[in-house]
Design a protein around this ligand. Structure first.
Ligand SMILES: N[C@@H](CCC(=O)N[C@@H](CS)C(=O)NCC(=O)O)C(=O)O
Length: 212
């Protein structure tokens, strides 16, 4: 399988981590969606990464759909419970984490505009989404039912990718304050080999035209 995107993208990282955790071999094809890379547009009309090209050559995009496809391959470990309603609850947390990541990306993009063109209320609006989202995730992590359990789930991976991105782009440096369950979970999960191997390149750790 081929994975189109780069590790500066938290959504690409999410899929790479799943592939590594399941020991599914893949090749990363480096592409940036922000430059209307023809490689990306050819396989995703929305021009977004990640895109997975299956062994049969079929492109699949949007990370939740890719994650679902990878579950269908039945490679261990399963990242969703077998029960469909329970799986939906895990996926709800995945959606929440992905939404937090979307809001963080919106802030990063806004902060790349010239200082006098940045819209402070837009930034605050998205910051609130992140704050509320992380509070809800903290509650879920504290419960330890679908998130932060002994078995790794899709929700854990999505949350850790989101927190990794928030750290990497310094979107909300104080997110750790009063969120001990998320801090503990992130510390444990970000130390896994799959996360170490997909860390965003240090050279991209600056605000340049190179993107998310
Ligand atoms: N919902 C999508 C979001 C993917 C996404 O926003 N990817 C960013 C890079 S991190 C992108 O390709 N942005 C380009 C654009 O919005 O045109 C997913 O989960 O895959």
């Amino acid at each position: 399988m081929k994975l189109i995107g780069s590790y500066t993208s938290p959504f690409v990282r999410k899929i790479s981590v799943i592939l590594l955790e399941k020991s599914l071999p893949f090749q990363l094809i480096n592409a940036s969606p922000w430059e209307e890379d023809p490689q990306v547009i050819a396989v995703n009309p929305l021009g977004k990464v990640p895109v997975l090209i299956t062994g049969q050559g079929e492109p699949i995009f949007d990370s939740p759909i890719i994650a679902e496809y990878l579950e269908l391959l039945c490679a261990e470990p399963a990242l969703l419970p077998a029960d469909r309603l329970q799986a939906l609850r895990v996926r709800q947390l995945e959606a929440l984490a992905d939404g937090v990541t979307d809001a963080a990306m919106a802030i990063v993009r806004e902060c790349r505009r010239q200082a006098d063109r940045q819209n402070e209320s837009f930034i605050l609006y998205h910051r609130e989404k992140i704050r509320r989202g992380l509070n809800a995730l903290e509650l879920a992590a504290g419960e330890g039912k679908w998130l932060n359990t002994s078995a790794l789930s899709l929700a854990d991976i999505a949350v850790a990718c989101s927190l990794g991105f928030i750290n990497f782009r310094r979107v909300m440096p104080n997110w750790c304050v009063e969120r001990p369950a998320l801090v503990a979970m992130a510390g444990r999960i970000l130390a896994r080999t799959s996360f170490a191997r997909t860390a965003p390149p240090a050279a991209a750790d600056v605000y340049t035209s190179e993107m998310l």
